[in-house]
Design a protein around this ligand. Structure first.
Ligand code: BG6
Ligand code: MG
Length: 229
């Protein structure tokens, strides 16, 4: 059946212009910290008598800390003061930090380091656009801080994903136009942010969840920068 199609339709999709930078998300793309966020939130939710499962956790991926807490608390009826919310967020974060404190390079996801090296080797710039305030710590534990030309500070961002601000900031700091960037994300909110930024979106994970992505691959072991050049 494919033989009847023009050859252009058989090629994998490509960005409209050659990319000059790749901007990566961290959690769930480079390392599987998503499982630690899950455990830390689950422990908090259970202590508050609130429901929490994998399916609900999926909706929190890419969402910042306070945004995630609001969504969790919205599943119950109790009203919390801003101070109580900050204390709950701090509690979750303390548990999360304890979980990531023993991380090392062995927890890089398959193909992550090769992908970073290949992008650098191809002469493209590399950015990190993570919603996590613990991103620098995770990069240190993984030993890959020096792989990045720029890591966006969450403190510099006013509007969390799915707003494009964090990806646009990364592009600006890398000195490239958004259209020259490939964004790589495992969360629907992150893919939405990349598309809103006018970038090419590579989704990592489930194509049904990441329907807005330009293409979806199972992991960075299938990310081939040479294909875009
Ligand atoms: C994102 C994760 O990368 O960072 C979310 O996908 C997490 O699950 C968010 O809530 C914020 O992380 P942190 O470390 O600042 O609480
Ligand atoms: Mg992620």
């Amino acid at each position: 059946m494919n033989a009847a199609l023009p050859s252009t339709m058989l090629q994998a999709p490509k960005p409209p212009v050659p990319p000059r930078a790749v901007i990566f998300d961290l959690d769930g793309v480079i390392t599987d910290t998503a499982q630690y966020h899950f455990h830390a939130w689950q422990r908090l939710a259970v202590s508050l008598g609130l429901p929490f499962d994998e399916a609900f956790n999926e909706t929190l991926k890419g969402i910042d800390r306070m945004g995630s807490l609001e969504r969790i608390l919205a599943r119950g009826t109790r009203v919390y003061t801003p101070q109580q919310k900050l204390a709950l967020a701090r509690q979750k974060n303390e548990h999360y930090i304890a979980l990531i404190s023993t991380m090392d390079a062995s927890q890089l996801l398959p193909g992550a380091l090769d992908a970073l090296c290949a992008v650098r080797g191809a002469g493209l710039r590399i950015g990190l656009a993570s919603a996590s305030r613990n991103a620098a710590l995770v990069l240190t534990r993984l030993g890959i801080t020096r792989c990045f030309d720029h890591v966006v500070e969450v403190e510099d961002i006013e509007r969390p994903k799915p707003d494009p601000e964090i990806f646009l900031t990364a592009a600006q700091r890398l000195g490239v136009r958004p259209v020259q960037c490939i964004g790589v994300e495992d969360a629907a909110a992150g893919v939405a942010a990349i598309k809103a930024a006018g970038m090419w979106a590579v989704g990592i994970g489930d194509a049904a969840v990441l329907a807005q992505a330009d293409e979806v691959i199972p992991g960075l072991h299938r990310f081939d920068i040479a294909r875009y050049l």
